[in-house]
Design a protein around this ligand. Sequence first.
Ligand SMILES: [Zn+2]
Length: 303
Amino acid sequence: MGGIDKLTEQIVKRFRDSGFDVDAKEISKRLNLLIYEFKVPESEAVRTVTNYLMKELDIDREQLAAESPLVRIADVTTPGKWVSLKAKVIQLWDATSPNISQVGLIGDETGIIKFVTWAKAEKEEVKEGKSYLFKNVVTDSFGGRMQVNVNRNSQIVEIEEDVQLPPRELEVVGALIAIQQNSGLIRRCKLCNRTMTKDICPLHGKTEGYDDLRIKGIIDDGKNFYEVILNEDNIRELTGIGLKEARKIAEEKLERSAVLAELKNRLLGRYFRVAGMRGERYLIVREVEFLKQDIRQIAGELL
Ligand SMILES: [Zn+2]
């Protein structure tokens, strides 16, 4: 009978996860009948009972959470599969469309993958650095790369476990050859942290924002280009310009873009040692420093 209990629990859970209450006793009775009386194989019995319940509740398969196996990110290789993942949020990007509520990178020990949460899914937002169970997400392929999509049948549950990331530590020594326009003293939406353009959030429209400092740039090590994002801490460490100083520059010059000009002036073309993790799109910077000392050392050795 243990088998019946397990199967019953599995069915109850699937319906409960989809927001429907079902009668465990009734399910157990039907499974018993099918399996022991009619000698129907277990999987077939589960399917039959599930179909019966869907008919009773007048719901279609779309409304029922898919049964998705817990997989590792490295195993996500084909689009169109329902899976569950335990992963840590590595980085959140700016959503490029109002249809997207969140987009970024998640990772586990085996890999890193892009995730997209559709606005329609109406999920609570995840936070960088936290680990979650991404339940019933759909694998997809976009621009030749795999990603997972969070839709309204998915669930995101924060977990205690601190999911470890793959050892993709990387050290790059190279020149900062470009800084993108949407860098410097930027404004973020108070509701969703997205970058705003002229006080307009791509998702929330005209709303309250707050200042932030960041640089999106390209480092060239002579072999590869690396897209890097420097946050306020990185920028302050390198230039002494933090948020406070940046605001001051903007006030003095009566223009926020003066901050970007100043940062370009100080950083563009300089050589850096950057340590971080290779994400799918960006090098996620943990440490960054000027290469000045090394050059002095080299120069010293030469002299
Ligand atoms: Zn917003």
